[in-house]
Ligand binder design. Structure first.
Ligand SMILES: [Zn+2]
Length: 281
């Protein structure tokens, strides 16, 4: 079975008010762990690969092929998604590699330029059956749209979604990328207002910095796709560090790699259960 279209995961979840976990892959161990964690939770999942991770590997194709193979063999629906692509060449590479969805990030551009570039990429993707996600630019705070102080305006979000034709919209509601602590406070009232104003599913980036209760409340308020990267890297690295510290003579990467992979799978299962609980309350 091939990878599932992300619309088949995000669409029904959005309609039903459920959350979808979208987890960033680093290497194949992450991808294996995310699929295993989703299977243990009995939940669909999105495997995401970022432009930064493509740069780490030096190319998209090998890791994308591994992700698609794992998605195709999974016991639950798994979609494979390109996360935070700032270049149109990488969007084209994702299409060539068989990925079904992309997040095109023109948020560094002024509003009009962002709208024009995103509308162009969205049209190009839709002509090829590819689902697109995008985000508004800097709204407040000097660290950009993902500053914890940045806020998306509901009226501008609605205008942006209509003008670009995107299938999902990443919004700034209090989370921030790469947080090592889970103490971000989301603006739940704003999530609800954006959800009312915007017809497409909403995406929360920087979810690793949000505690479990905050993630559940965000879904209840109208958030659908929950992007998690740093939280899994914390789990992976802590498990590897503990194993290496306990056994300084260890050299076989399979031994500590398996510990990291198991830790990621457990955290994926746990987070998917948090999201599912939010959707049923
Ligand atoms: Zn992000």
């Amino acid at each position: 079975m091939p990878a599932v279209a992300i619309s088949e995961i995000v669409g029904p979840a959005s309609t039903a008010g459920r959350g979808v976990g979208a987890f960033n892959v680093i290497g194949i161990e992450h991808a294996e762990a995310i699929v295993a964690g989703a299977e243990a939770a009995g939940a669909p999942v999105v495997l995401a690969i970022s432009q930064n991770c493509v740069a780490y590997h030096g190319a998209l194709e090998p890791i994308a092929a591994a992700m698609l193979a794992l998605a195709g063999a999974a016991a639950v629906p798994v979609a494979v998604h390109l996360d935070h692509a700032t270049g149109e060449d990488l969007v084209r590479a994702a299409a060539d590699a068989g990925l079904g969805s992309v997040m095109y990030d023109a948020s560094g551009l002024p509003y009009a330029g962002n709208v024009a570039a995103t509308a162009r990429v969205s049209r190009w993707c839709h002509d090829r059956g590819i689902w697109t996600e995008a985000e508004l630019g800097e709204i407040g705070g000097k660290d950009g749209v993902h500053s914890p102080r940045a806020r998306t305006r509901p009226d501008q979000a609605a205008a942006y979604a209509a003008a670009t034709g995107v299938d999902a919209l990443a919004v700034a509601v209090g989370s921030s990328h790469a947080m090592l602590t889970r103490d971000a406070v989301l603006d739940l009232g704003l999530i609800a207002r954006i959800h009312q104003a915007v017809p497409v599913p909403l995406v929360l980036h920087g979810s690793s910095g949000v505690p479990d209760e905050g993630l559940a409340a965000a879904v209840t308020a109208g958030m659908t796709k929950i992007n998690v990267a740093t939280q899994l890297n914390k789990a992976f690295t802590a498990a590897v560090r503990a194993r290496l510290a306990a056994d300084p003579a260890l050299v076989d990467p399979r031994r500590y790699g398996a510990d990291g992979r198991d830790a990621v799978a457990r955290e994926v299962t746990r987070l998917l259960q948090v999201l599912r609980a939010a959707g049923t309350c």
